[in-house]
Design a protein around this ligand. Structure first.
Ligand SMILES: [Zn+2]
Length: 439
């Protein structure tokens, strides 16, 4: 069984003072290199640096020089070069998701771990296995272990800009539909549910999401709970050695926006804000999906209509034509394509267990209305227009979303059951969640 790489997780108020003691316990005798940007230096880095010096730890600081920056490969090269200059120095990430991911991957490149001091409850990536970095125009997840220690100060996290906390709320909420899609891949046998990874996150997920108003009001207790949920998401990914427990199509809309350098009012939108729209979209897809009676599907007809690998590959090339990563769909579709007889077995299984599966999915995935109300209360975006995307653009993303990752998703199931077009159309039809006629 996989284990959790993170051996120390401190969460509480006034915790910055604990950083040196935790650092010494996990990296005895080592020197430190604090990594921050101008904002996170003020929020946490400066105080951490002071405590480290007071404790007699040889500590350097590296401030990321750019005002606005993203998890891009050039920062990995920059940070790797800094570590090369200081052999044996251990990184102390004082920042949010981007700085943490840079520290995570660069530490791995130097065969060492690091300590993270989160400055916002903005993403689940602090404790996840892998770093999400844009390289060669494509957002990629690079395998690398999570930090050995997390020292989270709730006062620092609660003082972060409200939008960052709302983004984290949405990133955590994405685990609701993502769990539903994991159930589907479990049924197909392509990625069985890893029980300990499922339970560590899903058992208390509703509780961690239950106080959106308090989260929006900056209540330290509610934000502490939200942060705990994000950290447990990371642990779930560590246990599963994959991002499956934490994301599926809900995240792919966001990845597409990142890969096309989407901006709104001149600014790129945060991971969590983009994921909010992906999450709502998938809740809407589930709402429509659960209206079908899959005990009625004609398996023979579906299998007879199942396309060949060659025609699917051709379709993938057409769908991604002109995209910054034109072979993305081809590669992932090729990886997940299944022969007709495997599809027959999957459809027969779905048909046989549909009444039970339907109940399980309904219990797992919140309705669009419920999710939208929670996002409104949390201060997260609840309409695509709020991140500068039209409903039509969301609709147009579906073909790419279906095939841009090798893992089985709800849309793959809809393709097999020959309900894909009507399912997607219904989300955008009059009365649907993203009714095109009203915008
Ligand atoms: Zn995420």
């Amino acid at each position: 069984m996989a284990k959790i790489d993170t051996s120390v997780f401190e969460l509480g108020r006034g915790n910055l003072v604990k950083v040196p003691e935790v650092f010494k316990s996990v990296f005895p005798g080592c020197r430190a290199l604090i990594v921050a940007d101008a904002n996170t230096w003020k929020a946490a880095g400066e105080e951490v640096s002071m405590h480290m010096h007071d404790s007699g730890i040889d500590t350097d600081v590296f401030l990321i020089p750019d005002k606005e920056f993203h998890a891009e490969w050039k920062y990995i090269e920059m940070m790797d070069a800094e570590l090369d200059k200081r052999p044996g120095a251990i990184l102390v990430s004082a920042g949010s998701g981007t700085i943490n991911d840079i520290c995570k991957l660069c530490s791995h490149h130097h065969s060492q771990s690091y300590l993270t001091v989160p400055t916002a409850a903005s993403v689940d990536g602090y404790t996840s296995f892998g770093a999400s970095i844009t390289k060669d125009n494509s957002k990629q997840t690079f395998d690398c272990p999570a930090p050995v220690a997390v020292v989270a100060d709730v006062d620092v996290i609660a003082a972060a800009p409200k939008e960052m906390t709302a983004a984290g709320y949405a990133d955590l909420a994405a685990k609701i539909p993502a769990g539903g899609e994991w159930m589907i891949s479990d049924l197909f046998g392509t990625e069985p549910i890893v029980q300990d990874a499922w339970h560590i996150l899903q058992d208390d997920l509703e509780k961690f999401l239950s106080r959106p108003e308090a989260v929006a009001a900056g209540d330290p207790d509610a934000i502490g709970d939200l942060f705990k949920g994000l950290v447990l998401s990371g642990f779930a990914m560590q246990l599963a050695q994959s991002s499956r427990p934490a994301s599926c199509c809900d995240h792919l809309f966001s990845h597409l926006l990142d890969m096309t350098h989407h901006t709104f009012n001149g600014k790129s939108q945060s991971h969590g804000f983009q994921v909010a729209i992906g999450t709502l979209t998938m809740c809407a897809v589930f709402d429509e999906f659960l209206k079908y009676d899959l005990t009625k599907i004609d398996v023979d007809e579906c299998v007879a209509a199942w396309p060949s690998l060659e025609s699917e590959q051709q379709r993938a090339l057409e769908i991604f034509e002109g995209f910054p990563a034109p072979k993305l769909g081809w590669e992932n579709l090729t990886k997940k394509y299944e022969p007709a007889e495997k599809v027959r077995k999957e459809l027969e299984d779905i048909k046989a267990c549909w009444p039970v599966l339907k109940e399980k999915l309904r219990a797992q995935v919140w309705t669009f209305d419920r999710m939208q109300a929670m996002f409104k209360a949390a201060g997260a975006p609840y309409d695509p227009s709020m991140i500068g995307v039209t409903r039509q653009q969301i609709k147009d993303m579906f073909p790419r979303v279906q095939i841009m990752r090798w893992r089985i998703n709800l849309l793959d199931l809809a393709k097999r059951a020959r309900i894909y077009d009507s399912l997607v159309d219904s989300v955008f039809a009059p009365g649907g969640a993203w009714d095109l006629s009203t915008r």
